[in-house]
Design a protein around this ligand. Structure first.
Ligand code: ARG
Length: 472
């Protein structure tokens, strides 16, 4: 359909293009449950304040319930011409509730309406993500307890550094996820204020009760400034920021899994459930799920950056730019949810090759620090000199293509005359990890205790989670 004024140059008419750029119904239909629940809270408040009659409120509320039913059943017809979810629902309400339907929008604007809908979605999704993070922590801590004594190489620069335990390594991620959850908890506490009733931007002259609607929707209080209420999107930015950091953590673990399943490392094997084969190379088992956890991190960062850029130049208050807040946020938080689920599955069914891990732990002169410490403790050398002597012993072993424990006492004594046979006691990887008993260190008994502590704490936290019915 061409437009009279510029149809010659445009294949489609401007109205169609305007609809294309303007309509958000393809993605904001996801907010239907939040939109309905917020509208019900609003109309109940209008009735209790005497702004609409109880009869009108009842017929609006019934109409909204019917619409929720139609949407759930898939029989609702969404129309692009009606632009967004708010107008789609309101238009349908008009055909169900008649003239009363028009009273729902009293003392409200789409600006505070979308702000409350989106905030409810972000808040409830953040709650669900917290639960998933908790589940992953539980999986990691369970495997950590099982592998409190399993020895593996610890790395710096991806070079073998010192032996550690696999349980210790897994618990490092439990700590990270604990902070990730904390960030979501903090963001939730800050965002849990209700913007409904800010109306277009200035508030309203109707005698509304914003405390009532805030309470009804599970918010702690109404937002304090109407301009801020309709133009704030930092609640979404905070959650995206927390999501981006969590995704970074998951991506690091995913990267380790990708390395560890290679034949070169061979530390762990992923089950059939989380790998794929190759259509040409029959021997292959590819860690696709881990790779996708790593890969999806990109889109989560993208959503955070995207929304920061959308918001940075906007004068107060609402501008239509802000409609761009939703797709990236939906996509990113859904991607994170999938990553958490996939990672939990992989960790739970990971098979660990403890022999290979232990062998690798001994390679690369990983007990050189233990040797240097021994020289300090038993020969009273200053650490710097002990470091130097050890370096010469490592060079010698390297030249002989053998391990430190394979050097003869004579060979060692040529480097430092006072060395005694007791030195061989510290060259084994087990002795090495067992000696790391400092607070937070990798000694198996530390790790077993830390895993137990986490498991107890996670069990306690599981009881305090309100099996919170999502608001909508
Ligand atoms: N679809 C819009 C959005 O997502 C709803 C708010 C529209 N407000 C307005 N003043 N045009 O942001």
């Amino acid at each position: 359909m061409s437009n009279k004024m510029w149809g010659g140059r445009f294949g489609g008419g401007p109205d169609a293009i305007m609809e294309d750029i303007n309509a958000s119904i393809e993605f904001d239909r996801k907010l239907a449950p939040q939109d309905i629940v917020a509208s019900k809270a609003h109309v109940a408040m209008l009735a209790s304040q005497g702004i609409v009659t109880p009869q009108a409120a009842a017929s609006i509320s019934t109409g909204l319930s019917d619409i929720a039913g139609e949407i759930a059943a898939g029989s609702f017809t969404f129309s692009r011409a009606l632009e967004d979810i708010h107008m789609n629902i309101e238009s349908r309400l008009a055909s169900l509730a008649g003239a009363d339907a028009g009273r729902l929008h009293t003392a409200r604007s789409r600006n505070d309406q979308v702000a409350v809908d989106f905030r409810l979605w972000v808040r409830d999704t953040a709650d669900a993500l917290q639960l998933q993070m908790h589940a992953l922590q539980l999986a990691l801590a369970t495997r950590a307890r099982e592998h409190a004594k399993t020895i593996m190489p610890g790395f710096t620069h991806l070079q073998t550094a010192q032996p550690v335990t696999f349980g210790h390594h897994l618990l490092a991620y439990v700590e990270m996820l604990g902070r990730d959850r904390g960030r979501l908890r903090d963001a939730r506490a800050r965002m849990n204020e209700c913007p409904l009733g800010a109306a277009a931007l200035a508030g309203t002259s109707f005698p509304i009760d914003r405390h009532q609607t805030a309470r009804a929707l599970g918010f702690d209080r109404p937002t304090a400034n109407s301009l801020d209420s309709v133009s704030d999107r930092d609640f979404a930015l905070e959650v995206l920021g927390a999501a981006a950091i969590c995704a970074m953590h998951l991506s690091r673990l995913a990267e380790e899994l990708v390395l560890w399943v290679t034949p070169q490392f061979g530390f762990v094997a992923l089950s059939d459930k989380f790998t794929t084969g190759s259509s040409i190379m029959p021997q292959k088992r590819n860690p696709d799920a881990a790779e996708l956890v790593r890969g999806k991190t990109g889109r989560i960062y993208g959503a955070l950056t995207g929304l920061l850029v959308v918001m940075k130049g906007l004068p107060l208050t609402y501008s239509k730019d802000m409609q761009e807040d939703k797709e990236g946020t939906f996509d990113a938080l859904e991607a994170l949810s999938l990553c958490l689920a996939a990672m939990t599955g992989m960790i739970l069914d990971l098979a660990v090759d403890t022999k290979r891990m232990k062998r690798a732990a001994g390679a690369g002169f990983s007990t050189a620090t233990d040797l240097a410490d021994w020289l300090v403790c038993h020969l009273n050398l200053p650490f710097r000199e002990a470091h130097h002597v050890t370096g010469r012993l490592v060079a010698l072993a390297e030249a002989r293509h053998c391990g430190l424990e394979d050097l003869s006492l004579d060979e060692m004594r040529r480097v430092h005359a006072a060395i005694t046979p007791e030195i061989y006691g510290v060259l084994g990887v087990r002795r090495s990890v067992e000696s790391r008993t400092s607070y937070g260190g990798t000694a198996p008994k530390n790790v077993a205790a830390a895993a137990r502590r986490w498991l107890a704490r996670l069990a306690k936290e599981a009881k305090t989670f309100h099996p919170q019915e999502p608001t909508a």
